[in-house]
Design a protein around this ligand. Structure first.
Ligand code: SAH
Length: 264
Protein backbone atom coordinates (compact mmCIF):
# COMPACT_ATOMS: atom_id res chain seq x y z
CA UNK A 1 0.00 0.00 0.00
CA UNK A 2 1.10 3.54 -0.76
CA UNK A 3 1.27 5.92 2.18
CA UNK A 4 2.61 9.39 1.50
CA UNK A 5 4.19 11.19 4.42
CA UNK A 6 3.93 14.97 4.37
CA UNK A 7 6.52 16.45 6.69
CA UNK A 8 6.11 20.12 7.54
CA UNK A 9 8.66 22.30 9.26
CA UNK A 10 6.19 24.77 10.74
CA UNK A 11 3.04 24.23 12.84
CA UNK A 12 1.13 26.76 10.70
CA UNK A 13 1.84 24.73 7.55
CA UNK A 14 0.76 21.50 9.19
CA UNK A 15 -2.46 23.02 10.54
CA UNK A 16 -3.49 24.14 7.05
CA UNK A 17 -3.14 20.56 5.79
CA UNK A 18 -4.60 18.88 8.86
CA UNK A 19 -7.90 20.72 8.44
CA UNK A 20 -8.53 18.81 5.22
CA UNK A 21 -7.64 15.35 6.45
CA UNK A 22 -10.46 12.78 6.04
CA UNK A 23 -10.86 10.22 8.86
CA UNK A 24 -8.07 11.81 10.92
CA UNK A 25 -6.37 9.68 13.54
CA UNK A 26 -3.69 11.20 15.76
CA UNK A 27 -1.02 8.91 17.17
CA UNK A 28 1.41 10.42 19.64
CA UNK A 29 4.83 8.78 19.48
CA UNK A 30 8.25 9.95 20.69
CA UNK A 31 6.85 13.40 21.49
CA UNK A 32 5.42 13.86 17.99
CA UNK A 33 1.81 13.89 16.76
CA UNK A 34 1.42 11.78 13.61
CA UNK A 35 -1.86 12.48 11.78
CA UNK A 36 -3.05 9.65 9.52
CA UNK A 37 -6.00 9.80 7.11
CA UNK A 38 -6.76 10.61 3.49
CA UNK A 39 -6.40 13.72 1.36
CA UNK A 40 -7.59 13.70 -2.25
CA UNK A 41 -8.23 9.96 -1.88
CA UNK A 42 -4.59 9.23 -0.96
CA UNK A 43 -3.42 7.61 2.28
CA UNK A 44 -1.27 10.20 4.03
CA UNK A 45 0.48 10.73 7.32
CA UNK A 46 1.20 14.31 8.37
CA UNK A 47 3.77 15.30 10.96
CA UNK A 48 5.92 18.18 12.11
CA UNK A 49 9.58 17.48 11.41
CA UNK A 50 10.72 19.41 14.49
CA UNK A 51 13.69 21.66 14.02
CA UNK A 52 17.28 20.62 13.32
CA UNK A 53 18.93 17.60 11.73
CA UNK A 54 18.66 15.11 14.60
CA UNK A 55 14.98 15.84 15.24
CA UNK A 56 14.18 15.60 11.53
CA UNK A 57 16.11 12.32 11.20
CA UNK A 58 14.19 10.80 14.12
CA UNK A 59 10.87 11.92 12.63
CA UNK A 60 11.81 10.45 9.26
CA UNK A 61 12.90 7.12 10.75
CA UNK A 62 9.61 6.83 12.65
CA UNK A 63 7.62 7.64 9.50
CA UNK A 64 9.34 4.84 7.64
CA UNK A 65 9.68 2.20 10.34
CA UNK A 66 6.62 2.75 12.48
CA UNK A 67 4.11 4.44 10.16
CA UNK A 68 5.15 2.56 6.99
CA UNK A 69 5.47 5.65 4.82
CA UNK A 70 6.35 4.65 1.25
CA UNK A 71 7.20 8.18 0.01
CA UNK A 72 8.15 11.36 1.82
CA UNK A 73 7.40 14.93 0.79
CA UNK A 74 8.98 17.68 2.88
CA UNK A 75 7.57 21.19 2.88
CA UNK A 76 9.04 24.13 4.73
CA UNK A 77 10.76 27.49 4.50
CA UNK A 78 14.42 28.33 3.91
CA UNK A 79 16.85 31.18 3.46
CA UNK A 80 17.72 32.06 -0.14
CA UNK A 81 21.41 32.03 -1.09
CA UNK A 82 22.79 34.22 -3.88
CA UNK A 83 21.29 37.14 -5.81
CA UNK A 84 18.95 35.18 -8.05
CA UNK A 85 16.98 33.51 -5.23
CA UNK A 86 14.32 35.87 -3.85
CA UNK A 87 11.88 35.85 -0.94
CA UNK A 88 8.66 34.18 -2.13
CA UNK A 89 10.42 31.83 -4.59
CA UNK A 90 9.93 28.08 -4.43
CA UNK A 91 13.01 25.85 -4.44
CA UNK A 92 12.76 22.13 -5.13
CA UNK A 93 15.79 20.14 -4.01
CA UNK A 94 17.52 18.09 -6.68
CA UNK A 95 20.05 17.15 -3.99
CA UNK A 96 20.94 18.06 -0.42
CA UNK A 97 24.14 18.46 1.58
CA UNK A 98 25.01 19.09 5.24
CA UNK A 99 26.95 22.35 5.22
CA UNK A 100 28.11 21.85 8.82
CA UNK A 101 29.60 18.37 8.30
CA UNK A 102 33.38 18.57 8.44
CA UNK A 103 35.55 15.59 9.40
CA UNK A 104 38.57 17.00 7.53
CA UNK A 105 41.39 15.83 7.29
CA UNK A 106 40.01 12.34 7.96
CA UNK A 107 37.40 12.80 5.21
CA UNK A 108 36.82 15.48 2.59
CA UNK A 109 34.88 18.52 3.84
CA UNK A 110 31.08 17.90 3.77
CA UNK A 111 31.48 14.16 3.16
CA UNK A 112 29.40 12.06 5.56
CA UNK A 113 31.95 9.67 7.09
CA UNK A 114 31.53 6.05 5.96
CA UNK A 115 28.98 6.98 3.27
CA UNK A 116 31.58 8.14 0.74
CA UNK A 117 29.34 10.99 -0.32
CA UNK A 118 28.33 14.52 0.63
CA UNK A 119 25.36 15.01 -1.73
CA UNK A 120 22.12 13.08 -1.31
CA UNK A 121 19.84 13.23 -4.38
CA UNK A 122 16.07 13.39 -4.10
CA UNK A 123 13.81 11.05 -6.08
CA UNK A 124 13.62 12.16 -9.73
CA UNK A 125 9.97 11.24 -10.50
CA UNK A 126 8.56 12.46 -7.19
CA UNK A 127 10.53 15.72 -7.52
CA UNK A 128 9.31 16.12 -11.10
CA UNK A 129 5.70 15.75 -9.93
CA UNK A 130 6.41 18.30 -7.16
CA UNK A 131 7.95 20.70 -9.70
CA UNK A 132 4.87 20.39 -11.94
CA UNK A 133 2.60 21.02 -8.94
CA UNK A 134 4.62 24.14 -8.04
CA UNK A 135 4.54 25.45 -11.60
CA UNK A 136 0.79 24.98 -11.83
CA UNK A 137 0.29 26.85 -8.56
CA UNK A 138 2.54 29.68 -9.84
CA UNK A 139 0.52 29.93 -13.03
CA UNK A 140 -2.70 30.11 -11.03
CA UNK A 141 -1.22 32.93 -8.90
CA UNK A 142 -0.42 35.00 -11.99
CA UNK A 143 -4.02 34.77 -13.26
CA UNK A 144 -6.92 36.90 -12.04
CA UNK A 145 -8.18 35.91 -8.57
CA UNK A 146 -10.47 32.85 -8.51
CA UNK A 147 -14.11 33.87 -8.02
CA UNK A 148 -15.43 30.65 -6.61
CA UNK A 149 -13.41 29.89 -3.49
CA UNK A 150 -15.48 26.91 -2.38
CA UNK A 151 -12.71 24.47 -3.07
CA UNK A 152 -9.49 24.27 -1.10
CA UNK A 153 -7.15 24.94 -4.02
CA UNK A 154 -8.91 28.15 -5.08
CA UNK A 155 -9.07 29.35 -1.48
CA UNK A 156 -5.34 28.84 -1.00
CA UNK A 157 -4.53 30.50 -4.36
CA UNK A 158 -6.60 33.54 -3.36
CA UNK A 159 -4.90 33.72 0.04
CA UNK A 160 -1.51 33.41 -1.67
CA UNK A 161 -2.26 36.22 -4.10
CA UNK A 162 -3.26 38.45 -1.20
CA UNK A 163 -0.25 37.47 0.92
CA UNK A 164 2.28 38.02 -1.90
CA UNK A 165 0.72 41.38 -2.74
CA UNK A 166 0.71 42.48 0.89
CA UNK A 167 4.39 41.59 1.30
CA UNK A 168 5.31 43.16 -2.06
CA UNK A 169 6.48 39.93 -3.72
CA UNK A 170 4.98 40.11 -7.22
CA UNK A 171 6.86 37.61 -9.41
CA UNK A 172 7.91 34.49 -7.52
CA UNK A 173 9.75 31.78 -9.48
CA UNK A 174 10.18 28.01 -9.23
CA UNK A 175 13.81 26.87 -9.03
CA UNK A 176 15.43 23.49 -8.68
CA UNK A 177 18.89 22.67 -7.36
CA UNK A 178 21.08 22.11 -4.32
CA UNK A 179 19.67 22.83 -0.84
CA UNK A 180 22.05 22.81 2.12
CA UNK A 181 21.19 22.02 5.73
CA UNK A 182 22.89 22.62 9.07
CA UNK A 183 22.08 23.14 12.73
CA UNK A 184 22.27 26.93 12.45
CA UNK A 185 19.78 29.64 11.55
CA UNK A 186 21.83 31.62 9.02
CA UNK A 187 21.09 35.26 9.74
CA UNK A 188 24.05 37.42 8.75
CA UNK A 189 25.37 38.78 5.50
CA UNK A 190 28.77 37.30 6.34
CA UNK A 191 27.49 33.78 7.08
CA UNK A 192 25.41 33.82 3.91
CA UNK A 193 28.34 35.07 1.78
CA UNK A 194 30.61 32.37 3.28
CA UNK A 195 28.09 29.68 2.37
CA UNK A 196 27.83 31.00 -1.15
CA UNK A 197 31.61 31.07 -1.52
CA UNK A 198 32.15 27.57 -0.11
CA UNK A 199 29.17 25.91 -1.82
CA UNK A 200 28.59 27.94 -5.01
CA UNK A 201 25.67 25.85 -6.28
CA UNK A 202 23.58 26.20 -3.10
CA UNK A 203 20.22 27.87 -3.71
CA UNK A 204 18.81 27.69 -0.19
CA UNK A 205 19.80 26.98 3.40
CA UNK A 206 17.67 25.34 6.08
CA UNK A 207 18.01 23.01 9.06
CA UNK A 208 16.49 19.61 8.22
CA UNK A 209 16.42 18.56 4.56
CA UNK A 210 19.80 16.85 4.20
CA UNK A 211 19.17 14.80 7.35
CA UNK A 212 15.83 13.60 5.96
CA UNK A 213 17.59 12.80 2.67
CA UNK A 214 20.25 10.73 4.44
CA UNK A 215 17.62 8.64 6.25
CA UNK A 216 15.61 8.17 3.03
CA UNK A 217 18.84 7.06 1.34
CA UNK A 218 19.43 4.46 4.09
CA UNK A 219 15.91 3.02 3.71
CA UNK A 220 15.65 3.54 -0.06
CA UNK A 221 12.49 5.64 0.30
CA UNK A 222 11.63 8.24 -2.39
CA UNK A 223 11.91 11.83 -1.15
CA UNK A 224 10.99 15.24 -2.56
CA UNK A 225 11.73 18.52 -0.79
CA UNK A 226 10.05 21.88 -1.30
CA UNK A 227 11.29 25.03 0.40
CA UNK A 228 9.60 28.41 0.17
CA UNK A 229 12.16 31.20 0.49
CA UNK A 230 11.22 33.12 3.64
CA UNK A 231 14.37 35.23 4.02
CA UNK A 232 17.75 35.93 2.46
CA UNK A 233 19.76 34.36 5.31
CA UNK A 234 21.14 37.85 6.05
CA UNK A 235 20.89 40.35 8.90
CA UNK A 236 17.15 40.84 8.19
CA UNK A 237 16.41 37.10 8.19
CA UNK A 238 14.60 36.93 11.52
CA UNK A 239 12.43 40.02 10.98
CA UNK A 240 9.72 39.01 8.51
CA UNK A 241 10.01 35.30 9.16
CA UNK A 242 6.78 34.70 11.11
CA UNK A 243 4.70 37.11 9.02
CA UNK A 244 5.89 35.39 5.83
CA UNK A 245 4.95 31.95 7.17
CA UNK A 246 1.43 33.04 8.10
CA UNK A 247 0.71 35.15 5.01
CA UNK A 248 2.45 33.13 2.30
CA UNK A 249 4.30 29.92 3.16
CA UNK A 250 1.43 27.97 4.69
CA UNK A 251 -0.80 28.64 1.65
CA UNK A 252 1.96 27.55 -0.71
CA UNK A 253 2.23 24.26 1.22
CA UNK A 254 -1.51 23.71 1.01
CA UNK A 255 -1.87 24.57 -2.67
CA UNK A 256 1.20 22.60 -3.75
CA UNK A 257 0.53 19.52 -1.60
CA UNK A 258 -3.09 19.26 -2.82
CA UNK A 259 -1.99 19.64 -6.41
CA UNK A 260 0.80 17.08 -5.92
CA UNK A 261 -1.48 14.51 -4.28
CA UNK A 262 -3.82 14.63 -7.28
CA UNK A 263 -0.82 13.67 -9.48
CA UNK A 264 0.48 10.69 -7.48
N1 SAH B 1 10.70 30.87 14.81
C1 SAH B 1 10.55 29.48 14.52
C2 SAH B 1 11.89 28.80 14.47
C3 SAH B 1 12.47 28.93 13.14
S1 SAH B 1 13.95 28.04 12.97
C4 SAH B 1 9.70 28.83 15.57
O1 SAH B 1 9.57 29.39 16.62
O2 SAH B 1 9.18 27.75 15.31
C5 SAH B 1 14.06 28.17 11.27
C6 SAH B 1 13.31 27.16 10.47
O3 SAH B 1 13.16 27.64 9.15
C7 SAH B 1 14.06 25.87 10.35
O4 SAH B 1 13.14 24.82 10.35
C8 SAH B 1 14.83 26.01 9.03
O5 SAH B 1 14.78 24.81 8.28
C9 SAH B 1 14.12 27.12 8.26
N2 SAH B 1 14.93 28.29 7.85
C10 SAH B 1 14.37 29.40 7.28
N3 SAH B 1 15.30 30.34 7.05
C11 SAH B 1 16.49 29.84 7.47
C12 SAH B 1 17.82 30.37 7.52
N4 SAH B 1 18.10 31.60 7.10
N5 SAH B 1 18.79 29.57 8.04
C13 SAH B 1 18.50 28.34 8.48
N6 SAH B 1 17.26 27.80 8.48
C14 SAH B 1 16.24 28.53 7.98
Amino acid sequence: MTRIAIVAAMAQELNGLKEHLINPICTRYAGRDFWSGQINGKEVVLVLAKIGKVAAATTTTLLIQHFKATQIVFTGVAGGIGAKVKVGDLVIASELLQHDMNAYPLFPVYEIPLYGRSHFPTHANLSFALQNACEQVMQAIQKSPPKNTNNISDASILALQQGLLELGLPQPQVLSGLIVSGDQFIASQQASADLQKNIPFALAVEMEGAAVAQVCHDFNIPLAVLRVISDKADDQAHLDFNRFIEKVACFYSQAVVFNLLSRL
